[in-house]
Design a binder for this molecule. Structure first.
Ligand code: ZN
Ligand code: ZN
Length: 128
């Protein structure tokens, strides 16, 4: 029955990730452990790593942050608020063609990360 249990654990983790906002592995574990006491921290970390290696989810290594995970695999950029830490997905904009450039400096490009940092709308409001 080990396989069936693995599949169920993966489903729980992927579902939680789809409803979370770019969590770290720890944050995702914290968010599901109450409802899934049999799911260990090690399992959550291992499964997330597997998903990322398999391209099911994206692993984000953003500035000044622990590794985060993103269920949205379509090319998109991130805006990061330097005050509250909010991370917002951005799918549109002039920079999107960046993600489909095939070659840069002789490299065959496999992926690209674009991160904007600044103040989110809420924090901007607080400033004014
Ligand atoms: Zn903010
Ligand atoms: Zn994202």
């Amino acid at each position: 029955m080990e396989n069936k249990r693995n599949t169920e654990q993966k489903r729980i983790i992927l579902e939680a990730l789809m409803h979370a906002d770019h969590p770290t592995a720890s944050e995702l574990y914290e968010s599901i452990r109450d409802e899934n006491p049999r799911l260990s921290r090690a399992t959550v970390f291992r499964v997330l790593g597997q998903f990322a290696d398999d391209g099911v989810v994206r692993r984000l290594n953003l500035l000044g942050s622990d590794t985060r995970f993103d269920a949205r695999t379509a090319p998109h950029a991130h805006c990061h608020c330097v005050r509250c830490g909010r991370l917002t997905d951005v799918f549109e904009g002039d920079f999107v063609p960046l993600f489909s450039c095939g070659e840069v400096a002789g490299y065959a490009v496999l992926s690209a990360e674009v991160e904007f940092s600044g103040l989110c709308p809420v924090c901007r409001g607080a400033e004014n």
